[in-house]
Structure formats: structure tokens, C-alpha cells
Design a protein around this ligand. Sequence first.
Ligand code: FAD
Length: 453
Amino acid sequence: MKIAIIGSGAYGSYIANLLAEKHPTSEIHIYEVGDSSLKNENQIGYLSHILNAPYNALSKGRFFGYGGASVKWGGQLLTFSHNDFKNPSRFLYDIVELNEKYKNTVFSKFNLSNIGEEEHLTEQLFTKTGIWLSYFNRNLFKYFRIENEKRVTLFSNSRVTKLLLKDKLITGFEYIHKGDLKKAVGYDYYFLAAGAFEGGRILLNSQLTTNDYLSFSDHLSQKAFKIKSGTKMGKTDFSFDVKGASLITKRMIGEIDSTSFFAHPIFNSEFPFFQNLKKFMFGRHFSIQLIAEIIKDIPACIAFAWSMFIKKKLYVYKNEWYLQIDIENPIDSGKMSLSEDKDLFGENGLNIDLTVGKYTDELFVKAKEIVKEYLDKNQVEYEVVNEATNVEKYEDTYHPFGIYSDFTSIEDYFTKFSNMLITNTGVLPRAGGINSTCAVFPLIEEYVENYMK
Ligand SMILES: Cc1cc2nc3c(=O)[nH]c(=O)nc-3n(C[C@H](O)[C@H](O)[C@H](O)COP(=O)(O)OP(=O)(O)OC[C@H]3O[C@@H](n4cnc5c(N)ncnc54)[C@H](O)[C@@H]3O)c2cc1C
């Protein structure tokens, strides 16, 4: 069997690894716009115009080359459960079912299991545990050793621009290599894994969308509370455990009018030791005061290491931390379409239009109230933080969803094309209360297991 994967990022790498295991006699070809040196949007030569709300994720959160954004991502893995959505559509329900079915299979690929059950805190809130992969296991292209996989052939510096289609069958695609337009045909299966926005751009360019635009949305963030009475709230401890070289994280999730929100701990954002050390080592900033500050923080640093290696808990500087609330911006608040302007490849760029409406601010107020009630009920000491709604913190809020997600069921998604699967977070109709990358891995597992002949 001959299989083409477009993109070698989080999904491209996961797919290549899975196919090599499940179809050991297959030939797997990966077409990748970049190569081993990671590039940002400008450096690779892509173009996007951001209209309305600043959405830095697009220009600063996309990375091109082997590993894609997974070279720089946080690597926090979470999956959906039936607690996440009160009234899911049939498609979303099916996604949750597959998340439950394959959760352990996915985590076992990272040598992790048993990360803890979800727990109801109140009528409106439940907890979810996640895994923060160790720093060295986050680049999935390296982690799965794709370069050394003998069934895989890499076509680097090859930018796929257009899919070729006959009825529901993908017959091939066009790509640009060193300025030349080429055609690749004759594969049995195709996986479009070029990222949520570039995947969308390819679908628009191939006229495979109902309209000449695609909707999208993302999470929005606000730092909401500064907690001053430690990490335990009621019976639940929100500190992060150390497991191997990974961290087990905890957050609380709720839903208002079919919009999810989550409150998650931000620890050590005010721990000066690391910031000062960075200034000293990389910023070439040198002053007696800076050295004095570094020395002053050495005891906290020793406590950090003690906590991490002996107590197996993430240290919390001064026992104070923040709860940040993220909510789903409603699904139709973003639109992407092809721009008139051409990028460095001579291809149309993207117009990106994201609106943060009044309704979103009202949701933040409601979500904050629900979390505040929980804090008060558990006699937590806190300060309310009033931060503006933020889409600029792309490190926390790059979870695009609702781009190509208009499916009636999982069957409809798997069979939209007879021989191609679209894999990016944009196929999820909701991002719920999670960093959503891991929620698509189970869909890939099911497709490879039950839909490839
Ligand atoms: C700073 C940061 C932190 C994040 N932290 C988390 C987190 O903790 N947890 C989480 O779940 N998510 C997180 N995310 C989101 C996560 O990184 C993405 O959801 C994930 O990388 C998406 O995988 P992908 O394969 O769709 O895209 P990518 O990983 O970006 O891969 C796409 C690949 O396709 C290639 N490509 C692009 N265009 C073409 C083309 N036309 N032809 C051929 N190849 C092409 C690219 O070079 C790239 O290699 C974070 C994102 C950022 C920016």
C-alpha cells in the first residue's frame, strides 16, 4: 500500500508512526514544506492578514519543518470524556466515544497510563487531569524517530498546494518543489496533516469547501484569580505531580450555554530566579544588583529541585499562583478566506478575521462567578485579577477548532473522501476545556484500525 502524508508535524508524525506499526509493508511518503531547520511563518514564506482581534497564534504559533509546531508546543495532552459536553452533537458524541476508547492506547505511546479519574467538584465544575510531556519528548517527529523509519520517505521543501479529486476519490496533489510545480499521483491513501490553517487553505484552494471561506474559533484567556492559600482547595489538590520526567496537571472545567470554559493553574510565573538567570546568560545583562537577586533566590531554587526530585511535586513559588480562565469563543466568530495577495511561493495568502464579541465578555463574567463560588465555598484566600480578554497569548490559546467540522457523525467524517483523512484540531466542532491536540489522535487510531483496507 502506498500512502502520502502531507505535513510532518504533530499529526503527520503520529500517523507515520502508527502506519509503520499497523501496515509494515506499506510505503509511506511524507511531503513537507520545510526541512530539519524549523521556520516561522515569515521565514517559510507564508502570508496571513489578521483582521479585527489580534490573533498572534497564526503568525507566531505556526512553525514549519520536521515536527511542525510540536517542536515548540507545551506538549500537554488531554482527552475528552462524557463529562465535557452536556448536549453534544452526534459527531461530537462520537469523538468523545473514540477519545474514551483510545485514551490508554494513546497515552501508552508516551509510556504513561493511569493518570487519574475526573471528579465532580460542584454541579457545574469537574476536574480533569492531563499529562505535560517531558521537554525531550515533545517534538513528535524526533520522539517517534520518523527520520529513521525505513518505510518512510521524506520529500522535504515540498509544499502541497492543491488536492486533485474525482468524485470522492483523491487521485493526487500538486506541490511546489524548488520553484517548480509538480504532481504526485497513485497513492492508495492520503492524510492531510499540514496544520489547521494551512490544511484549510489547501481545501479552499482545491475548492473542496461549501463556501469561499471557512469558519474557525479558538480559546480566549483571562488571568482571573491570584490564589494565596496553597494548592489544596477543599479536598482537591491542584498541584502538579511529577511522573517520570512528565508532569500530571489538573484543571477544572465547566460549561455555560454550550460553551466550555476551564480554569487552570499557572505556577511560578513570578519566580524571578529563572528570569534573572536568563537575563544574565542570554541577555548579556550584568549588574551587581542582578547577581545579588540571583543569589537571593538560590534557596527557592534548591526548594524547587527538592520538590521536583524528592517530593515528586512541582514547586510553587511562595505558595502563590494564578488561576487562568479560558473559554471557547463561539464557533462562528472567526472566518478565514484566501487573500488576493500572493505569498513567496506565488500562492494566495490567508485573510483571518476573528471577533471577540460582547457575548464572550459576558461568558467570562459568568465563568468567573462559577469559579469564585467554588473558591468561597472552600475558604480559599484569593485576589481577583482583572485582565482584559486575551487572544494574544498564543502559547496558551492556540487550539483552533470548528474549521472543517460540519460532519453529521464520525462515519460521515471518515467517509467524506474515499481515501483521505483530514487531521488537524479544526475538525473538532468544539475545543471544550482542553488543549485539544491529543483529542484527534484517537480519531486517527480508529481510521487506521477500521477504515483502511
Ligand atoms: C506555543 C504553543 C504551545 C502549544 N501547546 C499545546 C499543548 O500544550 N497542548 C496541545 O494540545 N496543543 C498545544 N499547542 C497546539 C499544537 O501545537 C497544535 O495543535 C499541533 O501542533 C497541531 O498539529 P498539526 O500536525 O496540525 O500542525 P503542525 O504540528 O504545525 O504540523 C504541520 C506540518 O505541516 C507542514 N506543512 C504546512 N503546510 C504544508 C504544505 N502546504 N505542504 C506540506 N507540508 C506543510 C508544516 O511544516 C508542519 O511540519 C500549542 C501550540 C503552540 C504554538
